[in-house]
Design a protein around this ligand. Structure first.
Ligand code: NAD
Length: 459
C-alpha cells in the first residue's frame, strides 16, 4: 500500500496511473465502486463513532444521510455503468454521409473533490462515486472541522480503493490552498460562496472546469390550502435533521396569514414530538460543528421574537430547535444562510407576496412549496428559479438518483448524483467517422452558385 507523503508526490502518482490507462476499463471502475460499498458496510461502526464525536450524529441519520446515501449512489452507478460508458450513436447529417457519429464518454483525468463538514462523509464519497464511475483518479480533501471523520476517511479509504488512483489529503486552509495551486482536470467543491470564489480563481489559472455545490437561503412557502399537519412534520424534519446544518434545509418559512398561527403551533408540537421537551437529551438531535459556529447562533438570535427554543450552549455546541417569528428582513438572520436549527416563520398576506420575496433574492439551492393549488404551483414553477424544487415535502428529493443535484446562480454551478455525476466527471467526446467512399466535391473551392445551392439543400 502506498502511503502519501506530500501533495506533489500524491499528484504525480495519480497522474502516472491515469496516463497508464488503468482506470479506464469498466471492470476496474465496477470493482472500485463495490469496494466503496464494502467499505461503508464494513466500517459502519467506525464512521458512526466519528460522526457521533464530530456532530453527535445519531445512528439513524448516519445510516440515512451518510452511509446509506453513499451506498445507494455506488449501487446505482454500478447497475447503470455499462450502459452509461457505452458510446451513444447519434444521427449524421447528409453533408457528412456516408459516415457515422457517436458520443463516447471519456474520463477527464485527475480530479479534486473538496468537501465541507456538515455531511463530512457523504460530501466526500458521493461525488467520488461519479468520479470513479467516469474512470478518473481523485484527490479527496475532507473538511478539517469534522476532524474525526476526516481521520477515519484517511485511514480507511486506502484499505479499500486503489491507492494508485486515489489519495486522501487531510488538513485545513493551508493544505487546501496548496492543493489548489496544482492543475486538475476537474474540481468539485462543496461549501460556502466565499471559498468558492477562491476555488474558482485558482481553477481559472489552469482553465480547470469546476462544479460548485454551494448553499444559500432555501425558502419554504406554505399556502393556506396545504395539509398543515403533514407540512409541519416534513418541514420540521427537513429543518432539524443534522441540527439544520443541511445545505438544502428550509432556511425560512413564508406562510399565509390565515394559517400562520395554527401552522406555528403545529410546528412547535412536532419539535416536541421528535426531540422531547428537552432536545439536548435526545439521542437523535445533532450538535453544531464547532464552538465558533455555535456562538454565531447566540448572535443571530439577539433581539429576535422567539416562539420556541432559543437556548444556546456554546461549550456543548448545542442550539435548541428554534422558531423565530417575523424577523426583520434586514436582520443578520435574514441576510445570511442560517445553516443551523433556527427557523424563521414569516407571515405573508398573499402567496404572491411570498413569490415576490423569493424572486427579489439570490436564487436558492432548494425551493419548497406546500399547497393543494395547481395555480399556485404553476406560478411558483414559472416565476421562480432554484437549484431544485420540491412540492409538498422538504429535503426528501435528495434520495432520488434520477434527479440531478446542484445549484444555480449564487447557490452553485454544475450538478451530480446518478448519471449526472458520471456526466460531470466525463468528457462527452464526439466522434465522427467518415467513409473513404464517395468524396462529394461540392464543399471544395473554387465555390460557385451551383455548389452553394446544393450545400443549402443537404445541410
Ligand atoms: P468548510 O469550512 O468545511 O469548508 C469546505 C472546504 O473548504 C474544507 O475542505 C476547507 O478545508 C476548505 N477551505 C476553507 N477555507 C478555505 C480557504 N480560505 N481556502 C481554501 N480552502 C478553504 O465548510 P463550509 O464552507 O462552512 O460548508 C458549509 C457550506 O456548504 C454551507 O453554505 C452549505 O450550504 C454548503 N453546502 C452545500 C452543499 C451542496 O451540495 N450544495 C452540501 C453541503 C454544504
Amino acid at each position: 500500500m502506498t502511503i502519501t507523503t506530500t501533495i506533489p508526490d500524491a499528484l504525480q502518482r495519480l497522474r502516472t496511473t491515469f496516463a497508464s490507462g488503468k482506470t479506464r476499463p469498466v471492470e476496474w471502475r465496477l470493482k472500485q465502486l463495490s469496494e466503496l460499498e464494502r467499505m461503508v458496510r464494513e466500517h459502519e461502526p467506525d464512521f458512526a463513532a466519528a460522526l457521533q464525536a464530530d456532530l453527535h450524529k445519531g445512528s439513524f441519520e448516519t445510516a440515512l444521510s451518510e452511509l446509506g446515501f453513499v451506498a445507494s449512489e455506488a449501487q446505482y452507478a454500478r447497475r447503470h455503468l455499462r450502459r452509461w460508458a457505452r458510446p451513444k450513436r447519434v444521427s449524421t447529417p447528409m453533408m457528412a454521409l456516408p459516415g457515422s457519429s457517436h458520443i463516447q464518454p471519456e474520463p477527464k483525468g485527475v480530479v479534486l473533490i473538496i468537501a465541507p463538514w456538515n455531511y463530512p462523509l457523504s460530501m466526500v464519497c458521493a461525488p467520488l462515486v461519479g468520479a470513479i464511475a467516469a474512470g478518473n483518479c481523485a484527490v479527496l480533501k475532507p473538511s478539517e472541522i469534522t476532524s474525526q471523520t476526516s481521520a477515519a476517511l484517511a485511514r480507511i479509504i486506502p484499505r479499500y480503493l486503489d491507492n494508485d488512483a486515489f489519495a486522501v489529503i487531510e488538513g485545513g486552509v493551508a493544505e487546501t490552498t496548496e492543493l489548489l495551486e496544482h492543475h486538475y482536470d476537474h474540481i468539485l467543491y462543496t461549501g460556502n460562496e466565499r471559498v468558492a470564489r477562491i476555488v474558482m480563481t485558482a481553477a481559472a489559472k489552469h482553465l480547470t472546469p469546476v462544479t460548485l455545490e454551494l448553499g444559500g437561503k432555501s425558502p419554504c412557502l406554505v399556502d393556506k390550502s396545504a395539509d398543515l399537519d403533514v407540512a409541519a412534520s416534513r418541514i420540521a424534519w427537513g429543518k432539524f435533521i443534522n441540527a439544520g446544518q443541511t445545505c438544502v434545509a428550509p432556511d425560512h418559512v413564508l406562510v399565509h396569514r390565515s394559517v400562520a398561527a395554527e401552522f406555528t403551533e403545529i410546528l412547535a408540537s412536532k419539535i416536541r414530538q421528535f426531540y422531547g421537551d428537552d432536545p439536548s437529551q435526545s439521542p437523535d438531535y445533532c450538535r453544531i460543528a464547532s464552538e465558533r459556529h455555535t456562538a454565531r447562533f447566540a448572535r443571530l438570535l439577539e433581539g429576535q421574537n422567539i416562539h420556541t427554543g432559543g437556548q444556546v450552549d456554546v461549550a456543548k455546541r448545542y442550539v435548541a430547535p428554534t422558531i423565530v417569528l417575523d424577523p426583520d428582513p434586514a436582520s443578520e438572520l435574514m441576510q445570511e444562510e442560517i445553516f443551523g436549527p433556527v427557523l424563521p416563520v414569516i407571515t405573508v398576506d398573499e402567496m404572491h407576496h411570498a413569490i415576490r420575496f423569493v424572486a427579489d433574492r439570490p436564487k436558492p439551492l432548494a425551493l419548497y412549496l406546500f399547497t393543494r393549488s395547481k395555480a399556485l404551483e404553476n406560478a411558483v414553477l414559472d416565476g421562480l428559479s432554484a437549484g431544485s424544487v420540491c412540492i409538498n415535502d422538504a429535503v426528501i428529493f435528495m434520495v432520488s438518483p434520477e434527479l440531478p443535484f446542484g445549484g444555480i446562480g449564487n447557490s452553485g454551478m454544475g450538478r451530480y448524483t446518478g448519471w449526472f455525476g458520471f456526466e460531470t466527471f466525463s468528457h462527452m467526446r464526439p466522434v465522427m467517422k467518415r467513409s473513404f467512399r464517395f468524396d462529394a466535391p461540392m464543399r471544395y473551392p473554387p465555390y460557385n452558385d451551383f455548389k452553394r445551392r446544393i450545400m443549402e439543400l443537404v445541410r
